[in-house]
Ligand binder design. Structure first.
Ligand SMILES: *Cc1c(COP(=O)(O)O)cnc(C)c1O
Length: 395
C-alpha cells in the first residue's frame, strides 16, 4: 500500500483563518499544541499502525481544515468526515488525501462520492450495486470499506452475515474492497466486557472471510478509547477524533503524558457592577447578594454554546476561579469577582482552558451540562471567532 503514503505526502497548503470582526469573546486553537499532540500519538503507537484522522463536525469545533492539515503533516493515512459536504470542503481546500465518509450514503450522494474520489463505507447490497454501476460508468475502480455491525447497531452488516455482501462487492469489477471496519459502543470506560465481545465478533467475521480466502484489506476498529486501552484491537489502522485535540475520551482511559487541550474559550470583562445586599442578578433574579459584591459581565452566553446553567460554573480571572452567579443568558454571563480585587474592565477571562496554575477542563464543563466532552467541544457556536495560534504569530 505504498501509494497511500505517497498520496499523503502531497500535503495541501496551510489554510488561513478568514478575517473576522473583532469580538471580546473568542475561541483559541493552539496549532502548536495540536502538532505536539500528533507527535506524541505517533511516538505512542506502534510504527506500522496507520492512523486515520476523524475531522467531522469541523474537527469537533476546532476547524476541519487546520486540523486536517496537521493530521496530514503527521502522516495520517486517511481523513474521515460524516457528510458529503464536509468531504467536499476538504477537497475544495486542496486536500488530496484519502477521505472516508463515515455512515451510510443515500443513493443521491453516490455520484458525488465517485466524482470527488471519496471513499464510502458499505453496509447493504443496493448501495454496492449502485456504486458499482456509477464507478463502471466513470471507468474507475472505486475503493470501498465494508462496515461490520458488531453490536453498536447503527450502521453495518451483522458480523455473522457478512459473506454474501463481501461476495457481492468482490464480484463487482469496478469496486475494490480496500478495508473493513467496525465501531465500539464503549471503549473508554473501565468496563471493557462489551468492547471485548465486539472485538471477538470482528475477529469472527474476518476469520470466516479468511477461511474462504477472501481478504478485506485494511482492518480498523478502534476510536480514541480503543487506541488507548485496547491495543489488542488495533489491527491495521486506528481512527482518532478527540485524542489529537488533547482531550481524553473519558476520565478513566490511559493517559499519554504531555498531551494537552488545543481549544480554549476566552472573553474579556465587558462590564463590572457593584451590588448592594439584596440586589439581584440577571433574568429571573436567580441570584441575590447577601453582602456587597463585585460582579463582572462576560460577553458570551448560551447563544455561543456556554451551558445554560444558574449559579454554577466558573471563569478564570487572574488565575483564580470566579463563580458564575445568576442565570447564563444568550449573550452574557455574570461572575463574582469580589475575591479578585485586581480584576478590571477588559481583563482576559478563561471559560475553558488554562490560566496561571488553574484549569477549567472540557470535562468540568461536560459535568455542568450533564453531558460528555465530545458534546462540549462541538457545542461552541460558529459566532465565536476562532483564533489560530501558530508558531510565534497569531492569525
Ligand atoms: C467519530 C468516530 C470516530 C472517532 O472517535 P473518537 O472517540 O473521537 O476518536 C471513529 N470512528 C467512527 C465510526 C466515528 O464515528
Amino acid at each position: 500500500m505504498t501509494t497511500l503514503t505517497e498520496e499523503v505526502m502531497a500535503a495541501p497548503p496551510t489554510p488561513l483563518a478568514r478575517d473576522r470582526a473583532p469580538r471580546p469573546a473568542w475561541i483559541e486553537i493552539d496549532l502548536r499544541q495540536l502538532r505536539r499532540n500528533f507527535q506524541l500519538i505517533n511516538q505512542a503507537k506502534p510504527r506500522q499502525l496507520r492512523h486515520l484522522a476523524v475531522v467531522k463536525d469541523e474537527a469537533y469545533g476546532h476547524g476541519a481544515l487546520p486540523v486536517a492539515t496537521a493530521a496530514v503533516a503527521a502522516g495520517a493515512a486517511f481523513l474521515a468526515v460524516s457528510t458529503l459536504e464536509e468531504a467536499m470542503a476538504l477537497r475544495e481546500a486542496g486536500f488530496r488525501s484519502r477521505i472516508l465518509i463515515l455512515g451510510d450514503r443515500h443513493e443521491a450522494e453516490l455520484p458525488w462520492c465517485v466524482a470527488h474520489n471519496l471513499t464510502c463505507c458499505l453496509s447493504e447490497p443496493d448501495t454496492v450495486a449502485r456504486l458499482a454501476q456509477l464507478a463502471a460508468r466513470a471507468g474507475q475502480r472505486v475503493p470501498v470499506h465494508l462496515k461490520i455491525n458488531t453490536g453498536m447497531n447503527r450502521y453495518g452488516v451483522r458480523w455473522n452475515e457478512t459473506l454474501p455482501l463481501v461476495q457481492k462487492i468482490l464480484a463487482e469489477k469496478s469496486l475494490l474492497l480496500e478495508g473493513a471496519l467496525s465501531h465500539f459502543a464503549q471503549s473508554d470506560e473501565t468496563e471493557k466486557t462489551f468492547a471485548r465481545l465486539q472485538l471477538a465478533r470482528f475477529h469472527e467475521a474476518l476469520n470466516e472471510l479468511a477461511a474462504r480466502g477472501l481478504t478485506v484489506g485494511l482492518r480498523h476498529l478502534c476510536n480514541s478509547g480503543g487506541f488507548l486501552d485496547l491495543p489488542e484491537a488495533h489491527f491495521d489502522m486506528v481512527r482518532l477524533g478527540i485524542l489529537p485535540l488533547g482531550v481524553f475520551p473519558s476520565a478513566v482511559c490511559r493517559r499519554i503524558p504531555g498531551l494537552a487541550a488545543v481549544m480554549s474559550v476566552k472573553a474579556r470583562l465587558a462590564a463590572i457592577q457593584h451590588l448592594q445586599p439584596g440586589d439581584h442578578v440577571g433574568y429571573g433574579m436567580r441570584y441575590t447578594a447577601a453582602a456587597p459584591r463585585r460582579i463582572a459581565v462576560l460577553p458570551l452566553g448560551y447563544g455561543d454554546g456556554f451551558p445554560r446553567v444558574r449559579n454554577q460554573g466558573w471563569a478564570l480571572i487572574h488565575g483564580r476561579r470566579a463563580p458564575v452567579v445568576g442565570g447564563v443568558s444568550m449573550d452574557a454571563l455574570t461572575v463574582d469577582i469580589t475575591e479578585i480585587p485586581e480584576a478590571k474592565l477588559w481583563d482576559e477571562a478563561v471559560l475553558m482552558g488554562r490560566q496561571g496554575d488553574e484549569e477549567i477542563t472540557v470535562h468540568d464543563i461536560a459535568q455542568l451540562k450533564n453531558s460528555a466532552s465530545y458534546d462540549v467541544l462541538c457545542s461552541w457556536r460558529e459566532r465565536l471567532p476562532r483564533v489560530y495560534l501558530h508558531d510565534e504569530t497569531t492569525v
